[in-house]
Design a binder for this molecule. Sequence first.
Ligand SMILES: Nc1ncnc2c1ncn2[C@@H]1O[C@H](COP(=O)(O)OP(=O)(O)OP(=O)(O)O)[C@@H](O)[C@H]1O
Ligand SMILES: [Mg+2]
Length: 327
Amino acid sequence: MLSIRLENLSHTYQRGTPVEKTALHNITLLIEPGMFLGIAGRSGSGKTTLLQHLNGLLKPTSGCITFNGSPMDGHGMRDLRRRVGLVFQHPENQLFEETVCRDIAFGLSGTGLSPAEIDIRVRGALEAVGLGETFLNRSPFELSGGEKRRVAIAGVIVTDPSVLVLDEPTAGLDPRGRRELLDHIVALRRERGMTVVLATHDMEQMARHAEQVMVLENGSSALFGTARDVFRDVGTLERVGLEAPRITILMSKLKKVFPEIDDGIVTVDAAVEELKRLHRRQGLRWRDHDERCARGSVCCREFGSPPVGPQDEDPDGDGIYDACISC
Ligand SMILES: Nc1ncnc2c1ncn2[C@@H]1O[C@H](COP(=O)(O)OP(=O)(O)OP(=O)(O)O)[C@@H](O)[C@H]1O
Ligand SMILES: [Mg+2]
């Protein structure tokens, strides 16, 4: 288990030259073991710069970063890179071996693992990203973009890092490819208890998976909190050039008509639950379209009539009338 603390961390590129650029300003952040942290922000806001500090690739210009309370120098850099696996933006550009198997195994060179152990790890990593064994002996260069991306991610998770840092891992993939890749990452986190830090422009994805979100604006933290708190601040998101998930925007518009509605909804599933809750509060029961009401009439199925009325039945005694308005 590894916790990473950033305190007033700033980073300036090309310091002391006419082109110096401060990409991060005074970032303070605690990444606790097992956390799923999202980093959002427009292009150039500092996401990659922040992520590259997490495995020691970049060093702070001022402020500090500690790993389980120790500064980076206290750990061997090699050990740190194994414990914090960083998947670069467009990692597929870094595949270079002749076979997928050798590319994935590269991260294990120098670990002292036996060939049999390496083989087990490589197969496990390939499976974890949703690719079958048939890929093992293929050349990485003849794979599709999405497959290459998965192989590159497998090459990082093969070292079994405590923290997996992903820099826009789904950029350029089709909607299904994006969803599948994220599902694999979520499953990995669940199975191995990994910490995940994910930078993405995709707010829907962030809303679905991230527990905590930091929004960067010109290298500073503009918003930090739970996904729910961050995404309900539609005004700040717009100011920094981002958009809340569409479902959050819809729910906040609905709130103007139904004031009791919760406008901090960030996923479609949560929106459905909220609409059911409202429906129930009015003494009505939400019915899926293929259910019948207590009186079993076909009409309620055909027309989706809501259940209603004191004259109707309440067979399960939950205080909600179960017959339909048309029965
Ligand atoms: N090696 C570098 N030298 C000088 N400036 C740099 C360097 N790398 C990044 N920058 C600048 O630092 C700022 C932050 O860049 P960074 O790559 O961290 O942004 P980002 O949020 O990851 O953007 P994107 O979404 O486009 O990947 C930008 O203004 C960028 O031009
Ligand atoms: Mg970037």
